[in-house]
Design a protein around this ligand. Structure first.
Ligand code: NAD
Length: 433
């Protein structure tokens, strides 16, 4: 792609510490506004802001090459008033406690908004999974499970995949936990089908993104069959969202991964890109697959003139530095926390509609819940049944959010948070202290 046809990308901050601080500030920024609007009393506010429990522990591993390396494992359990803790495991070199605190809180509001009986948690390991051998990842994951064993369990805390983890890691956790506790498939979700995983779980988050995108497009007056879409991130969420949306008739003009992206004004061949990548292999050079498409950077993708922009990779990518340059009519937050508090304020001023993460990517935890239910019943449902329940659950949450946004004349994000916080507050009061 020539620079003449592209908007000039702004330079987002690359300082990790600053990014993490912003992540935490932004999250409490959204929460502050919602708590203030609901006039939640100070005592309950303090409770909702602080995690129930957090743990960081050493993970020394003897690697396949004989070296000893020290990693750290994390788990933050935010709130359990509505049910056992639930949340993904992220393997990434930059994660830390602040990161997981913000993401665990998001899980609490997400589960409450879609009305599934779980609280919020998040955790992971500060490692670069792409630099580890399969064997080292297995040893690391099983050590992590051993050290976390007392905190997780089907009625305590149920991990699931997130960035850098997938079915394989869930299988190792199942094995590690079952070793001590007897066969316990419901200790994790997002497992392989052969070990009690649910049909439809792999694609659930992306499918959910596409469902919510189609309802939001209709509401915003965008004809999905004529719409152009750009998606940042072509991993477990992004690639399934791209596939489902292209099946609904949308034209996906740009996709990217950590290495960069590809752009075609006429639309990319999504089945071809989908077939050339996989949920566990993230480092495919997309431009080597879509050879007739133009290359573009991740920053350029965010500023494309498209109808719908879907950030489906990392946090904080739309912020006060580039929100003014976004040209999409609507943004659907497939990633967790992709827009900062300041960035969101700019988008609201510019009347760019944002479908918040706690609804847009809730398809994953919804089907995780369905997987957990099937495991407890020792019974498997058809993919059709799982997808119908996914659709119904998200549809109910979408309609509730839309109604609340209309009634109170607030953004989708505010409406979603108001509903979620009210539900968590009710459960907290009912359980007592
Ligand atoms: P993944 O690891 O499968 O894929 C991540 C994708 O983002 C890859 O294509 C990777 O190359 C790309 N990426 C990584 N760093 C990037 C960067 N700096 N710039 C641009 N692209 C980058 O992860 P995933 O499971 O698809 O998760 C993506 C997002 O969706 C995360 O924010 C995650 O928390 C959120 N999410 C995931 C699920 C789920 O079920 N997996 C559910 C809800 C929310």
């Amino acid at each position: 792609m020539t620079t003449a046809t592209l908007p000039q990308p702004s330079q987002p901050s690359t300082a990790n510490r600053r990014e993490r601080r912003k992540l935490d500030e932004r999250c409490s920024g959204f929460l502050d506004c919602a708590l203030q609007r609901l006039q939640v009393n100070d005592e309950i506010q303090a409770l909702l802001r602080s995690p129930f429990r957090e743990i960081k522990f050493e993970l020394p591993i003897r690697m396949g090459d004989g070296q000893i390396r020290l990693f750290h494992g994390f788990r933050v359990q935010h709130d359990k008033s509505r049910g056992p803790f639930k949340g993904g495991l992220r393997y990434h070199p930059d994660v830390d406690m602040e990161h997981f605190r913000a993401l665990a809180s998001v899980m609490t509001w997400k589960c409450a908004l879609v009305d599934i009986p779980f609280g919020g948690a998040k955790g992971g390991i500060n490692c670069d999974p792409s630099s580890l051998s399969r064997q080292d990842r297995e040893v690391l994951t099983k050590r992590f499970t051993e050290r976390l064993g007392h905190m997780i369990g089907p009625d305590r805390d149920i991990p699931a995949p997130d960035m850098g983890t997938g079915q394989r890691e869930m299988a190792w956790i199942l094995e590690g936990y079952s070793e001590e506790n007897g066969y316990t498939p419901d200790v994790v979700t997002g497992k392989p089908i052969q070990l009690g995983g649910s049909y439809g779980r792999q694609e659930a988050t992306g499918r959910g993104v596409s469902l919510v995108t189609s309802w939001a497009a209709e509401e915003t007056g965008i004809d999905l069959k004529k719409a152009t879409v750009a998606i940042q991130g072509f991993g477990k969420v992004g690639r399934h969202a791209a596939k489902c949306l292209s099946e609904k008739g949308a034209t996906i003009v740009a996709v990217s991964n950590v290495k960069g992206g590809v752009y075609s004004a006429d639309g990319l061949d999504i089945p071809e890109l989908f077939a050339a990548t996989s949920d566990s292999e993230k480092l495919t050079d997309l431009s080597a697959v879509a050879t007739s498409a133009d290359k573009l950077s991740n920053n350029e993708l965010l500023e494309l003139k498209v109808d719908i922009l879907i950030p489906a990779a990392v946090s904080d990518v739309i912020n006060e530095d580039n929100a003014d340059h976004v040209q999409a009519d609507m943004i659907v937050e497939a990633a967790n926390l992709p827009i900062t508090f300041d960035g969101a304020a700019i988008l609201t001023d510019r009347r760019i509609r944002v479908v918040p993460d706690i609804l847009a990517n809730a398809g994953g935890v919804t089907v995780s819940y369905l997987e957990w239910v099937q495991n407890r019943q020792r019974y498997r449902w058809s993919e059709k049944k799982v997808n119908r329940k996914l659709n119904d659950t998200l549809r109910r949450a979408w309609q509730a959010m839309l109604r609340r946004a209309d009634e109170e004349e607030v953004t989708f994000r505010m409406a979603a948070l108001l509903i979620a916080i009210e539900r968590v507050c009710e459960a907290t009061e009912l359980r007592g202290f």
